[in-house]
Design a protein around this ligand. Structure first.
Ligand SMILES: *[C@@H]1O[C@H](CO)[C@@H](O)[C@H](O)[C@H]1NC(C)=O
Ligand SMILES: *[C@@H]1O[C@H](CO)[C@@H](O)[C@H](O)[C@H]1NC(C)=O
Ligand SMILES: *[C@@H]1O[C@H](CO)[C@@H](O)[C@H](O)[C@H]1NC(C)=O
Ligand SMILES: *[C@@H]1O[C@H](CO)[C@@H](O)[C@H](O)[C@H]1NC(C)=O
Length: 284
């Protein structure tokens, strides 16, 4: 009896050490690469805690979690979508889009992301003193939005006028909240340069963020087969080679365990151990 107990304890103690905690390089089917990371100490320190991989991949800001639709590592951009935002087909209560100063510095909305401020009051700053902040993009006017979108037709129906609106850049909403702007709703579109002659029903709703990658020598680490990360305390760069080996610059030959393989291996080992424990218990 005591012997059996000892064996079981030993096995249970071994279990956690088998789950290798390297940097996950996928969240669902979305690839996670430098400078991003979803585990502590992975990616670039400046970008840590920006992404959250719960059910899906989310971009975390002070105003909420925005679903990441895609990441383009070559063009250094990512597309995010606020599920609570109004679009052509759905009207939802507005809230401000707020980023931290670090996010604004490292990963701001791209110039080809446009915000449409809708149902603005005639006292709105963007219709008066700050009129110059509004522009037409790719030949489109706000009237088109009110006309083509079921969600926005409501403004017209309820007031029997065409309430003013404004297409503007992110800086406008960064420096003025929706309350100051005095517009009841907003929506945002990206890749606007490609939307010439395209109707509002087919615009791309969401935001494109453009990031820059800090040059900390990650290339050298990646080329040696490692994953770029950092020391959680000092924030100094680390090249993660395997669960047992970290280096400051690059991995020595033979020290690398690919993350994907390590994960598969660890899952396989865990399954085997569990099977073994189960069999062991049944036999005794
Ligand atoms: C290597 O770095 C990772 C990420 O910072 C850390 O979790 C891990 O404990 C480090 N491993 C060693 C052996 O120092
Ligand atoms: C990650 O995002 C989800 C979805 O918005 C949220 O429910 C969850 O609390 C977040 N997790 C963390 C650790 O912030
Ligand atoms: C449009 O804005 C006015 C205030 O300017 C507000 O009273 C009204 O409810 C808004 N319309 C909708 C449909 O939210
Ligand atoms: C935007 O388009 C509308 C309608 O086509 C036009 O009346 C207005 O003058 C244009 N505004 C600018 C700033 O070009």
């Amino acid at each position: 009896m005591t012997k059996k107990f000892h064996h079981l304890t030993l096995l249970l103690l071994l279990l956690p050490t088998l789950s290798l905690s390297l940097c996950r390089n996928f969240c669902g089917n979305m690839g996670i690469k430098y400078p991003f990371g979803i585990d502590d100490g992975c990616g670039a320190p400046q970008f840590s805690k920006m992404l959250n991989c719960s059910t899906d991949l989310f971009f975390q800001t002070p105003s909420g979690n925005y679903k990441v639709q895609s990441i383009d590592y070559d063009k250094k951009s990512l597309i995010i979508y606020d599920p609570a935002m109004s679009t052509c087909s759905i009207l939802q209560p507005h809230h401000d889009f707020v980023m931290t100063e670090i996010q604004y510095a490292l990963i701001p909305p791209s110039p080809d992301t446009v915000f449409a401020l809708l149902n603005c009051s005639i006292d709105s700053p963007v219709l008066n003193h700050y009129k110059s902040l509004c522009f037409n993009f790719s030949g489109h006017s706000c009237d088109e939005l009110y006309g083509a979108c079921t969600a926005f037709r409501l403004f017209h129906l309820l007031s029997n006028t065409t309430p003013p609106c404004c297409f503007t850049g992110y800086n406008t909403v960064k420096y003025m909240t929706m309350d100051i702007l005095d517009c009841s709703h907003y929506t945002s579109m990206y890749n606007v340069d490609a939307l010439k002659g395209v109707g509002p029903l087919d615009w791309l709703y969401g935001m494109k963020l453009s990031y820059s990658v800090p040059d900390t020598g990650c290339d050298q680490c990646s080329k040696s087969g490692g994953t770029c990360g950092f020391d959680v305390e000092t924030k100094g760069m680390l090249c993660i080679c395997s669960t047992t080996v970290n280096s400051t610059r690059e991995c020595a030959a033979g020290s690398v365990t690919a993350t994907g393989e390590a994960h598969m291996l660890s899952t396989l080992l865990q399954t085997l151990v569990l099977l073994f424990v189960a069999t062991y218990c049944m036999i005794l």
